[in-house]
Design a protein around this ligand. Structure first.
Ligand code: CAA
Length: 381
């Protein structure tokens, strides 16, 4: 077993860390305060290859592996969780399915412009009545000549208000249940597509999400992603990879909690010494550091399995379950260490605490991750 990163992975990690500290961190509080989509940061991330990290170079991507991708997300999330999820959705939920399930024409049409930042993507599976129960799709796509006519409503769509293209799940044959679900690549400027005002959220306030309304949206058959009726497998396969991205985002948040807590604890004095010298604080810091390392190992294992072409769904679910749990714990402890200063917006602790919560919900709640893990175990995997 080799725990070392390759030179390429180390280079990518350092590039991400330097960029995150110099460009992203100084803006993180303002992005949160103003609920602002970080347009300029996304443009800069595109320039350094971060919007298509694992997209092969022949399709305009950075051509790196999924380990590098997870390392990059961790660094960006440690600076700004909102910016990290914008990157994660474009990479994991849009570029990845188009690369894995798309036709050659779809790959050539979409991947270069998604990777270079010309276009931004979103992924629409959730509906008012289909969150955890993802197969309960009610957005219908009815054949109409050589086209499909699509109507329905999608909920909580990350990047929705600013996206140019959407990987969209629909129901083409209700009687077939999950085997009646079909995925499409939907340009967001197609007539009949509209969006609600952005959601007003607890955390990741710089990441815009909204409802998408589809009113008799006409798409050609060439917009089907994968097979007609094969959309549920596209969605589940995509979310397996997405969970690595969200786990890495959660890890970044947890690491930010640890680093900010440590710095604060070395400076803040009570009872005549820095609070870092009190055992009550030392135990918190030691637990946070141990959990951050354990989460990273789970994430890198899942990314490594994906790169190796081995099954990684269970590993990705475990990584997301654990990383999102420890990020929330780290958020709580960070506020506790900062004390009164943790509860006010002048310090970053409360932002970390708010940003962490969503990682236990999107791309499969923690309850769904446990279900996925148990399903694998029941099959002896
Ligand atoms: N890869 C490929 N196929 C898979 C799969 C996977 N990981 N998991 C399941 N399937 C297949 C099964 O093999 C089965 O196929 P067959 O019928 O051919 O045998 C089929 O899918 C149905 O499987 P299940 O019976 O297990 O499906 P289910 O209806 O019980 O649901 C579930 C399974 C795991 C609960 C699923 O519904 C799920 O993952 N729910 C959570 C949804 C989710 O993560 N939503 C996130 C929204 S996106 C988001 O959050 C983005 C954002 O904003 C950032």
């Amino acid at each position: 077993m080799n725990f070392s990163l390759t030179e390429e992975q180390q280079f990518l990690q350092k590039t991400a860390r330097d960029f995150a500290r110099a460009e992203v961190l100084p803006q993180a509080a303002r992005i949160d305060r103003e609920h602002k989509h970080p347009t300029e940061l996304v443009a800069k991330m595109s320039e350094i290859g971060f919007m298509g990290v694992a997209v092969p170079e022949e399709y305009g991507g950075a051509g790196m592996d999924n380990v590098s991708y997870a390392l990059a997300i961790e660094e960006i999330a440690a600076a700004c969780a909102s910016t990290a999820v914008i990157m994660s959705v474009n990479n994991s939920l849009v570029c990845d399915p188009i690369y894995r399930y798309g036709t050659e024409e779809q790959k050539k049409n979409w991947l270069p412009i998604l990777a270079n930042g010309e276009k931004l993507g979103c992924f629409a599976i959730s509906e008012p009545g289909a969150g955890s129960d993802a197969a309960a799709q009610t957005t219908v796509a009815l054949p109409d000549g050589d086209d499909f006519l699509i109507s329905g409503t999608k909920n909580w769509i990350t990047n929705g208000p600013v996206a140019d293209v959407c990987v969209l799940m629909t129901m083409t044959a209700k009687e077939r249940g999950h085997r009646g679900i079909t995925a499409f690549i939907l340009p967001m400027d197609t007539p009949g597509v509209s969006t609600s005002p952005p959601d007003d959220k607890l955390g990741i306030r710089g990441s815009k999400s909204c409802q998408i309304f589809l009113d008799n949206v006409r798409l050609p058959k060439s917009a089907v992603l994968g097979e007609v009726g094969g959309g549920f497998k596209v969605a589940m396969g995509t979310l397996d990879g997405g969970r690595i991205g969200i786990a890495a985002q959660a890890l970044g948040i947890a690491r930010a909690c640890l680093e900010d807590s440590l710095e604060y604890a070395m400076e803040r004095r009570t009872f005549g010494k820095p609070i870092a010298e009190h055992q009550s604080i030392q135990w918190k810091l030691a637990d946070m550091a141990t959990e951050v390392d354990a989460a990273r190992l789970l994430i890198l294992k899942a990314a490594y399995l994906k790169d190796a072409g081995k099954p990684y769904g269970k590993a990705a679910a475990m990584a997301k379950l654990f990383a999102s749990d420890i990020a929330n714990k780290a958020g709580r402890e960070c506020i506790q260490i900062f004390g009164g200063n943790g509860y006010v917006t002048e310090y970053p602790a409360e932002r970390h605490f708010r940003d962490a919560k969503i990682t236990e919900i999107y791309e499969g709640t923690s309850e769904i991750q446990r279900l996925v893990i148990t399903n694998y175990m029941a099959k002896g995997k």
